[in-house]
Design a protein around this ligand. Structure first.
Ligand code: PRP
Length: 212
């Protein structure tokens, strides 16, 4: 019998696209289309079991071995630095991590810069590399409000289409890093289930090449 591979998928729009990719690569699990409340789906013939996980939690499941592989945004990997292997760039969910501010914002290097963000580690490292003193204001959402209400000077956040910034009269000041979804693997699982993982990675990589 083949070893079952446990796969953590990010719940939501990105997850649907990721699942389609796995399906095209030959690891389909048709029951996944039937039920929208269930969180675990298995196809014993293909030896895969999928879990729907909150996108920001995928790396936790994989790091701790509850899932052998999973798909997480590069933003989460940079922010939390989980101890996992990054196997493939799936080129899905593409966006960028950027600094944004009001159009009239002018940086005064004599003052500590107030930065509102969900990504404290990324912001900290980015400004440390430029020798800029900052004060992180950690928010959980609606980050765009912070500069409008004077809570912060700038924000560090994900920009995809730029619509959210535009609608709130903010502009990108600098791009920090491009972001996309990555296939990650648990380090121990990568040894013990190497054959199954390598097979799925090769099929997905082939699928990605063909879709270019
Ligand atoms: C992200 C981000 C922005 C928005 C950018 O939020 O925080 O608010 O997307 O996208 P845009 O450039 O296409 O407008 P998301 O929708 O992921 O929800 P969140 O606030 O829960 O992170």
């Amino acid at each position: 019998m083949k070893t079952v591979l446990n796969v953590a998928l990010p719940k939501g729009r990105l997850g649907e696209k990721v699942y389609d990719l796995f399906e095209k690569a030959g690891f389909e699990c048709p029951s996944i289309h039937e039920n929208n409340r269930k969180l675990i789906f298995e196809n014993p013939e293909k030896a895969v079991r999928y879990f729907w996980v909150k996108p920001s939690d995928v790396a936790i499941y994989v790091e701790r071995g509850a899932a052998d592989i999973g798909v997480a945004g590069k933003d989460i990997l940079l922010e939390y630095e989980p101890d996992v292997y990054e196997l493939l760039d799936l080129k899905l969910g593409r966006c960028r991590m950027a600094v944004a501010a009001r159009a009239d914002f002018r940086d005064d290097p004599r003052r500590t810069l107030k930065v509102a963000t969900k990504f404290g580690n990324i912001a900290q490292q980015y400004y440390a590399s430029r020798g800029r003193d900052i004060d992180i204001i950690h928010l959980n959402g609606s980050i765009e409000l912070a500069p409008i209400l004077g809570l912060s000077d700038v924000i560090v956040d994900i920009v995809e289409t730029g619509t959210t910034l535009k609608e709130n009269q903010l502009e990108v000041v600098e791009t920090i890093v491009p972001i996309s979804a990555r296939l990650i693997a648990n380090k121990a699982g990568f040894k013990f289930k190497s054959e199954a993982i390598e097979e799925i990675v090769a099929s997905i990589a082939k699928q990605l090449e063909e879709s270019v």
